[in-house]
Design a protein. Structure first.
Ligand SMILES: C[S@@+](CC[C@H](N)C(=O)[O-])C[C@H]1O[C@@H](n2cnc3c(N)ncnc32)[C@H](O)[C@@H]1O
Length: 447
C-alpha cells in the first residue's frame, strides 16, 4: 500500500468514532499494556521504589501482576492495566516521563519498518489537535538510518495529527519514539507530553540554577529513607533549606510529606487529548488524589513541619515568594490549603540558630544545594565553601537537642571530601547523580 492510499484510509477510520471506541475498549483497556518509564539519571532505585509503592497500593486495584524490569536508564513495566498506567502518571513525584509502548518486535529492513508503521492503529493515540515530535534512534544497525526512518514515519502519521514539528520547534504536544536496537523496534509515545518534572508551580530564575523537580524529589525520598535506616522514629519536623533559591526543595518536601499528587497542580497531561482518553476514570483518580492528600488534616494535626528557606538574594526570595503563591493557589483550586514555607533573607554563615523562631527541639531535616562556583561558572573557592557549610552544621548540632538528617550536593570529589572530614562523627552515605551533564555527589548525613 502506498502512502497516498494509507492517508485516505486513515481519514475514514478517524470519522468512525463508535467503532474506534469499541476497538480502544478492547485493545487498550481490555488488554494489558507495556510502558517505558524515564527517571532522572542516577535515581533508578528511587524510581523502582516509587513504582512498586504505587502499584502495591493502587487506588484502582488491578488483578494482574506487573513485571518491572530496569534496562539501562529506563524501566519497562509489562502486564499493566491502562488504569494503573494513568495512576502512575498522576501520582509519582520523581518520574520524568511515562511512554506507552505501541509496538515492540523484530523489523529487518526499511520496508518492513514502513509496513509495520503503516499497520499501527495511530487513531487510538493521535488526533488533529495534537502536534507531534518524532525521535528516532538507531543503534548497532546498518539497515536503519535515523533520517530516512523519520521521514517514513512522518509521512505515515501526518494525516492523523495537526503537524509533525521539526526538531528545533517547541510547539509539540507530545513525542513519538522509534527506537531501533539491531533489528528490534520499539515504538512508544509519551503520555505526559510536557515532562513530568514541570509540575507547574515554579517560575523561572535561571541564574539560581535550580534543580529539576524530579531530581529534588528523588534526593528527598532517598534522604528520608536514610533517616529511617538510622532511626525508625525519625520524623522531619524542623526543615531548614539554606541557599533555597526558588524553593524547589521546600515544595518537593511538602508534596512528599503531605502526599500531594502532582496531578493536583492542575497541569495537563497529553493523554487527556488522546482518543484513548477516558475522562471518567481520570476524574475518579483525581478525586482519589484529593482524598489521599493529607493537607485537609493539617489544622487538626498535633504538629506540622516548620519549613524555613534561607537565602540572601532579593531576586531569589522574590522568585521563591511567587512560587509559594503559585503553589498555594494551585492547591486552593483543588480546595486544599497548604502550610507556607517561611523565608529568611539572611546570610546563612552569619545566621544565629538559637534566635530562629521555632524550637530546635524537634528533629531537623536540612537540604543543601550550595552556590558552588563550578556550576555558576565563577572562580569561587568551592572547598572553602564546603568547609564553612560543614562547620555551620556542626554549630547547629551543638544547639539542637534533636537529631539532624540532611544531604548536600557536592560538585567535586574534593568539596565532598572536605565536607565529610569535618562531619567525621556523623553517619554518612554518598551516591551520585547527573545534573545537566555534571556528576554530582550527594552526601547524606545523620548526626
Ligand atoms: C545553587 S542556588 C540554589 C538553587 C536552589 N536549590 C533552587 O532550586 O533554586 C544557590 C542559592 O544560594 C543563595 N546564596 C548564596 N550565598 C548565600 C549565603 N551566604 N546565604 C544564603 N544564601 C546564599 C543564592 O542567592 C542562590 O539563590
Amino acid at each position: 500500500m502506498n502512502a497516498g492510499n494509507w492517508s485516505s484510509r486513515a481519514i475514514n477510520r478517524l470519522t468512525d468514532n463508535g467503532a474506534l471506541s469499541k476497538k480502544i475498549k478492547k485493545n487498550i483497556y481490555g488488554k494489558l499494556q507495556t510502558i517505558k518509564v524515564i527517571f532522572p539519571s542516577g535515581f533508578a532505585d528511587v524510581a523502582l521504589d516509587t513504582i512498586n509503592h504505587i502499584l502495591n497500593n493502587l487506588w484502582l486495584p488491578q488483578t494482574s501482576h506487573s513485571e518491572i524490569t530496569l534496562i539501562g536508564n529506563e524501566i519497562y513495566i509489562r502486564n499493566i492495566h491502562m488504569f494503573s498506567v494513568i495512576e502512575l502518571l498522576l501520582r509519582s513525584q520523581c518520574l520524568t516521563d511515562i511512554r506507552l509502548v505501541i509496538f515492540q518486535g523484530k523489523t529487518f529492513n526499511k520496508f518492513a519498518f514502513e509496513k509495520k508503521c503503516q499497520s499501527m492503529p495511530w487513531d487510538y493515540y493521535l488526533n488533529k489537535s495534537m502536534a507531534l515530535k518524532i525521535k528516532v534512534t538507531s543503534i548497532a544497525s546498518n539497515a536503519f538510518h535515523e533520517t530516512a526512518l523519520k521521514k517514513i514515519l512522518t509521512e505515515i502519521i501526518s494525516p492523523y495529527t495537526l503537524e509533525v514539528a521539526s526538531a528545533d520547534e517547541l510547539n509539540e504536544t507530545t513525542c513519538l519514539y522509534a527506537d531501533l536496537y539491531k533489528n528490534k523496534l520499539t515504538l512508544s509515545i509519551s503520555l505526559a507530553g510536557e515532562a513530568l518534572y514541570k509540575k507547574g508551580y515554579r517560575g523561572i530564575l535561571s541564574a539560581s540554577a535550580p534543580l529539576r523537580e524530579d531530581a529534588a524529589a528523588a534526593c528527598i525520598i532517598k534522604a528520608l529513607q536514610f533517616g529511617k535506616q538510622n532511626n525508625i522514629n525519625y520524623v522531619p519536623e524542623t526543615v531548614l533549606i539554606p541557599f533555597s533559591g526558588t524553593g524547589t526543595f521546600a515544595f518537593e518536601f511538602l508534596q512528599n510529606y503531605f502526599n500531594v499528587s502532582p496531578a493536583l497542580f492542575q497541569r495537563q497531561y497529553v493523554i487527556e487529548k488522546m482518543p484513548l482518553f477516558r475522562a471518567e476514570n481520570f476524574n475518579y483518580l483525581l478525586k482519589k488524589a484529593i482524598k489521599n492528600c493529607l493537607l485537609p488534616n493539617v489544622e487538626h494535626a498535633d504538629r506540622t513541619p516548620e519549613v524555613l528557606c534561607i537565602d540572601n538574594s532579593k531576586n531569589a526570595n522574590h522568585a521563591c515568594t511567587n512560587n509559594i503563591e503559585n503553589f498555594n493557589h494551585l492547591l486552593e483550586m483543588s480546595k486544599l490549603y497548604c502550610i507556607k514555607p517561611k523565608l529568611l533573607d539572611v546570610d546563612f554563615f552569619a545566621m544565629d540558630f538559637s534566635a530562629i523562631e521555632f524550637a530546635l527541639e524537634h528533629d531537623v531535616f536540612i537540604m543543601l544545594n550550595p552556590p558552588y562556583g563550578l556550576r555558576l561558572n565563577k572562580n569561587a573557592n568551592t572547598d572553602q565553601l564546603y568547609h564553612n557549610i560543614a562547620k555551620k552544621i556542626l554549630e547547629l548540632s551543638t544547639i539542637t537537642k534533636s537529631k539532624i538528617l540532611g544531604f548536600i550536593l557536592c560538585p567535586t570529589e574534593s568539596a565532598w571530601s572536605v565536607f565529610i572530614k569535618i562531619l567525621k562523627h556523623a553517619k554518612t552515605q554518598t551516591y551520585h547523580f547527573n545534573q545537566g551533564g555534571m556528576d554530582i555527589r550527594v552526601c547524606q548525613f545523620y548526626i
